[in-house]
Write a protein that binds this ligand. Sequence first.
Ligand code: BT5
Length: 253
Amino acid sequence: QLGLKTKRFGWSVYDQESVPSTQQLAHQLAHEGAEEGTVVIAEEQTAGRGRLNRSWHSPKGTGIWMSIILRPSIPLQQAPQLTLLVAVAVAQTIQEITNIVPDIKWPNDILINGKKVAGILTELQADPDQVRAVIVGIGMNVNQKQFPNDIAPIATSLAIETGRTFHRPKIVQTLLQKLEQLYEQYLQHGFLPIKLLWEGYSVTIGQQIVARTLNGAIRGVALGITDSGTLKVQTEDGAVHYIYSADIEIKKQ
Ligand code: BT5
C-alpha cells in the first residue's frame, strides 16, 4: 500500500501500527536472516531511540519512523559512510517534497533553519572485521505542529517549516527511491560520488566546532570528511583528529 517503485528496497515491508522501536524489530529480523532492503515502518514508536540510548519522540501518525536492513560487503571501518549516504537521501527527499534545501550536520542530523527535522541511527551487526548487516533507522518529523517542551527549541517538522501537511506514504516512496539510487551508486562507484553530494548539503565543514565524543570534547576546525566518512578536525595546536561519531556544536563565527 506504499506504492513503492523501488527494485531492491521494500520487497519485504513490515508496516506496523505501534512498536517499541522499528530499530529493535529490524535488528531481530536481520538476526533471523532478513534480506537486504527489508523495511520496518510504524505509525508510532513507544520507545523510539536515538544514539547512546537517547529517546526519539515518535508520536502516532505524524512522522516517518522507519528502519531498513542493508547488507553491503564492506569492512567495519567504512560503516560511517552509510550514515552519510542516508543523510543525503533524506536531504534530497526533503528538497524534492518541499523545495527547501535542508542542511546536514555531521554525522546524523538533518536541519532546517538550524532545527532538527530528521535524525539517522546507524547500527551494525558485524563479525570482527566485516559487516553482516547495517540497520539504518530514519526518523523524520513531518506533520507535527508542536513538540514537547524539552525538544521544542531544537526540533522542527516539514509542516512547521512550510505551513502545509504532507501525505507520508509519498515521502516514504521518494525516500526509498533516493536511498536505493544512492546505494546502488555506492556499491558500483564507491563513496566518492556520495561524499560530493554530502558536501553540498553540509554545514559542518570549514566551521569552528566542538565535537563531544565519548572520550571527551575536541575543539577545532572541521577540515572535512575522510573517505571512510569520519570527521577530520584540526585543534589549535595543529594536531589532526579523526572522529568516528560525536555530537557537534557549531561555534558562531
Ligand atoms: C538521532 O539520534 O537523531 C537518531 C534518531 C533515529 C530515530 C529513528 S526513528 C526509526 C528508528 N527507530 C528508532 O527507535 N530510532 C530510529 P541523536 O543524534 O542521538 O538525537 C537524539 C536527540 O534528538 C534526543 O536526545 C533529543 O534531544 C532530540 N530529539 C528527540 N526526538 C526528536 C524529534 N522527534 N525531532 C527532533 N529532535 C528530537
